[in-house]
Design a protein around this ligand. Structure first.
Ligand code: 5GP
Length: 204
């Protein structure tokens, strides 16, 4: 349910950025948080040039587009942010996010760190402030274990991801909130609490 202000108009929804290094479990945490119906969340479906994985649905998990279409969207200024990540492009469609927020939805972006920084900069220019949440691994050793667990890549690629993740962890200080993903349940509950509080602040 959208929230109404004292003029009986729909309150524009929040923009919530969920970010963190590769392998930290952003996707799983996001799915768990989205289960909470009281938060009035809408997931910002990104554009990507990568091919769908088994079970992924166009328009639900991603909008799967060609390289050519992606470049066209950039050219036309249709992306709120975009990045190149492990051989593919990913981006957030600007109009789609705005439409959802204008309908009063609290829009959740689950994006990597470079894109998150772009969104924070873009919002600052508009004198708006997103709710920014950085997910941290319990330790570097655990992050390495997780990256190795799902990486089918060679040692050099694993080392590259780890190096990048370590550099990215330093950027966590730019975020309003930092949450450790020790257990999925705990991490999701902390994020749900953060969003609840932000909704309360926003509706005052
Ligand atoms: P995957 O290919 O595993 O679905 O996603 C790879 C990475 O891209 C993940 O870290 C995910 O959070 C990030 N990602 C997904 N959509 C976007 C987007 O629109 N913008 C940015 N910057 N990153 C994204």
């Amino acid at each position: 349910m959208a929230a109404y202000n004292r003029h009986n108009m729909i309150n524009k929804g929040l923009l919530i950025i969920l970010s963190g290094p590769s392998g930290v479990g952003k996707g799983t945490v996001r799915q768990k948080v989205m289960e909470d119906q009281t938060l009035n969340l809408a997931y910002s479906v990104s554009l990507t040039t990568r091919k769908p994985r088994e079970g992924e649905v166009d328009g639900k998990d991603y909008f799967f587009v060609s390289e050519k279409e992606f470049k066209q969207r950039i050219k036309e200024g249709q992306l709120l942010e975009f990045t190149h990540f492990v051989k593919h492009s990913y981006g957030t469609p600007k109009d789609y996010v705005e439409k959802l927020r204008n309908e009063g939805k609290n829009v959740l972006l689950e994006i990597e760190i470079n894109g998150a920084q772009q969104v924070m900069r873009a919002m600052k220019k508009q004198k708006e402030k997103p709710v920014s949440i950085f997910i941290l691994p319990p330790s570097i050793e655990e992050l390495e274990r997780r990256i190795r667990g799902r990486c089918t890549e060679c040692e050099a690629a694993i080392q590259e991801r780890l190096k990048q993740a370590k550099a990215e962890l330093k950027l966590s200080e730019h975020y309003q909130y930092r949450v450790i993903n020790d257990t999925l349940e705990d991490c999701a509950q902390q994020i749900i609490r953060i969003i609840h509080n932000e909704i309360l602040k926003h509706s005052k």
